[in-house]
Design a protein around this ligand. Structure first.
Ligand code: UT7
Length: 324
């Protein structure tokens, strides 16, 4: 039987920033951050650890696990909102870094839901040609996009990348069900301006200078409601029950969001993979980093059902079920 996932990988910057260190930077405390979010540490990129470099690092690990080389990649998708360049795409920079010359490459911007959007795209390509090998990466350096004087946001985010190499699977395995959603009406509850432009007629008075801004409490409520709804819908699409799922990997934004999901779905908490304490919210990278860790820890066996769900800026959200 051909596996859908040929390999997974992740890459985290060397530097670890603790809650205690943040206490010296903004008016916060380890106690507040730990109890309100579940975050203890996060990785922060340094020299040579740009988004595309982290992406390439994660992809190399996935290739090594698969026993393949960069020349074997046919399509390279990078889910990110924090590439080091506006143009070209992070995917093209990652392609160059890897030497994946046979691939075509582009970015997917769906914020924290980006990995699930890219997975859905990969599945569509594989329906056209199951022999394709598609590298899906979530990579972020949000440390370059937060206002380090804003305690509402700077304590939450971290940097890193996760990758997953997929190819056509045998019938009954692969991406069994996928439900994606977006709603731009509430975009300003969680957003980040682009660089200030040079057309004065398009000057944006509310441009904060590319920082992430978030109305946390509102986003929290929407995240819980939207993700639990997406999980119910994707289970219905697959004709499955929550008890059929071997492992849930939710987007890692806040431990209290994950706990609310567990409660709403009535699933044993051991079935939820959580690593937010170590990495904080790494946006599009959070699910593939967790997937790589869970895989390497032996949490997924052939035939297992994996359910991933995400929520992020846009708003975008969704859920996917993969048979391992
Ligand atoms: O990944 C994409 C999706 N993102 C999310 O899902 C994030 C969703 N939101 C959240 O995770 C939570 O809303 C936060 C962690 C961002 C905030 O937690 P909260 O329990 O909703 O706190 P809050 O914003 O209601 O603020 C409560 C208090 C406020 O003080 P007052 O007004 O009660 O005096 C804040 O000023 O906590 C204060 N506060 C802090 N205190 C210490 C906010 N940030 C901090 C901080 N340290 N870092």
């Amino acid at each position: 039987m051909t596996s859908f996932v040929l390999g997974t990988g992740s890459c985290l910057p060397r530097r670890v920033l603790t809650n205690r260190e943040l206490e010296a930077m903004v008016d916060t405390s380890d106690e507040w951050i730990s109890t309100r979010t579940g975050i203890k540490t996060r990785h922060i990129a340094g020299p040579g650890e740009e988004t595309s470099k982290l992406a390439a690092g994660a992809a190399r690990e996935a290739l090594r696990m698969a026993g393949l080389g960069p020349g074997d990649i046919d399509i390279l998708l990078v889910a990110t909102v924090s590439s080091e360049m506006g143009m070209p795409s992070c995917a093209c920079l990652t392609q160059k870094e890897l030497g994946a010359e046979a691939a075509f490459a582009y970015d997917v911007n769906a914020a924290c839901s980006g990995f699930l959007y890219a997975l859905d795209l990969a599945d569509a390509y594989l329906r056209r040609d199951p022999a394709l090998k598609i590298m899906i990466i979530g990579a972020e350096t949000l440390s370059s996009r937060v206002n380090w004087r804003d305690r509402d946001t700077c304590v939450l985010f971290g940097d890193g990348a996760g990758a997953c190499l997929v190819s056509g699977a045998s019938p009954g395995s692969g991406l069994l069900a996928s439900r994606l959603f977006s709603d731009g009406r509430l975009f300003d509850l969680l957003c980040m301006d682009s660089a200030r432009g040079f057309n004065p007629d398009l000057a944006n008075a509310r441009n904060t200078g590319s920082y992430i801004t978030m109305t946390g409490r509102e986003v929290f409520k929407h995240a819980v409601r939207a993700m639990s709804g997406a999980v119910e819908q994707v289970l219905a699409q697959g004709g499955l029950k929550a008890s059929d799922i071997a492992l849930f990997i939710p987007h890692q934004a806040n431990i209290r969001i994950v706990n609310s999901l567990i409660e709403r779905l009535g699933v044993p908490s051991e079935k939820f993979y959580v690593n937010i304490a170590k990495y904080g919210n790494t946006s599009a990278a959070s699910i593939p980093i967790a997937l790589d860790e869970a895989h390497r820890e032996g949490r997924l066996r052939p035939g297992d059902l994996l359910l991933c769900c995400a929520f992020g800026s846009g708003f975008t959200w969704g859920a996917s079920i993969v048979r391992w």
